[in-house]
Design a protein around this ligand. Structure first.
Ligand code: NAD
Length: 285
């Protein structure tokens, strides 16, 4: 079997087309969406990400403002700035760029973002809503993973899924979304890897999602015949971007597989745009 490639760019474009109509409606009614990003220090990785964010917002007609702070900024200064953005009616979406310097407590700052302006869906209120099933502003990558799985049209009820990676923004919320669809879900992490039982879990996954950040961690021969494989990992190997799954072997066993790049990434950006528009709608008085 050779897997169908899940085309993240195509799915993202479809979502963005629908969003354009909503943006026009919001603007006509005098409620234009806008996204304010906060960046501390210089990080080559986040520079690329921010550039892409700006480009996609501008293409969609969403105002994008980047607020840069020096590495020496204090926790209080950023906290005060977030409060300013919270109180500014022209700002409808806020995003706190990672990574932050060590002296800054990211979680404390995320707690300060008004949940109605939380474009990344990382505030405790929005994260909490994930537990209840359908958050208004959910974590972007986890929502993107669900969109990619949905695009296959495969019935999820009763299926077995394995989520490799248990980060707050990807692994944990994705596992909760799957549970909500009555998918029996196992979550693996570093300790599973150390114990040596990762292949045993992967081999029984009808839906496999991998978000670790280690190239070729998941061997192609572990993939269950006919599985749906969603590869979230981003790794640079010899100047090329690759995922966490041994793609060439895995695609011969899977029924559907996401490429890296061109899979999860573009849909994650589309989810950020969708959240930005949902956030603007929440603030209409
Ligand atoms: P993270 O970096 O916070 O955590 C990594 C996870 O992998 C942890 O749960 C850890 O326990 C687990 N892990 C580490 N080694 C392991 C092993 N040997 N076996 C099993 N599990 C192991 O995770 P994150 O922030 O979710 O990022 C994961 C990857 O996904 C990174 O490559 C990141 O760049 C990528 N990512 C991509 C997107 C996108 O839009 N495409 C979005 C977010 C993250």
């Amino acid at each position: 079997m050779s897997a169908k490639i899940i085309d993240g760019v195509k799915i993202a474009n479809g979502i963005k087309e629908k969003l354009k109509v909503e943006i026009e409606n919001l603007k006509k009614k005098g409620n234009p969406p806008s996204l304010s990003a906060i960046q501390v220090g210089e990080n080559p990785g986040s520079k690329v990400y921010i550039g892409a964010q700006r480009k996609s917002c501008e293409k969609m007609g969403i105002e994008y403002n980047l607020h840069q702070f020096d590495e020496s900024v204090t926790q209080k200064e950023i906290a005060d700035f977030i409060n300013e953005l919270n109180n500014n009616p022209r700002v409808t979406g806020i995003i706190l760029q990672m990574p932050l310097p060590e002296h800054i407590n990211a979680r404390e700052l995320q707690h300060l973002i008004d949940p109605r302006k939380d474009a990344e869906g990382v505030s405790p209120t929005n994260m909490g809503m994930v537990v209840y099933g359908k958050p208004t502003l959910g974590p972007c990558t986890a929502m993107a993973i669900m969109e990619l799985i949905k695009s296959t049209g495969v019935e999820l009820y009763g299926k077995e899924a394995v989520m490799v990676g248990h980060s707050d923004i990807v692994g944990k919320p994705t596992a909760l979304f799957l549970l909500d669809k009555f998918v029996t879900t196992s979550v693996c992490h570093i300790a599973t890897g150390e114990r040596g039982t990762l292949p045993d879990y992967v081999k029984r996954a009808e839906i496999l999602i991998v978000a670790v950040g280690k190239a070729n961690l998941i061997k192609g021969e572990w993939i269950k015949e006919g599985a749906i494989v969603i590869d979230v990992g981003i790794n640079r190997v010899k100047g090329k971007i690759v995922g966490d799954v041994e793609f060439d072997v895995a695609r011969e066993r899977a029924s559907y597989i996401t490429p890296v790049p061109g899979g999860v990434g573009p849909v994650t950006t589309a989810m950020l745009l969708r959240n930005t528009i949902e956030a603007a709608k929440l603030q209409i008085v």
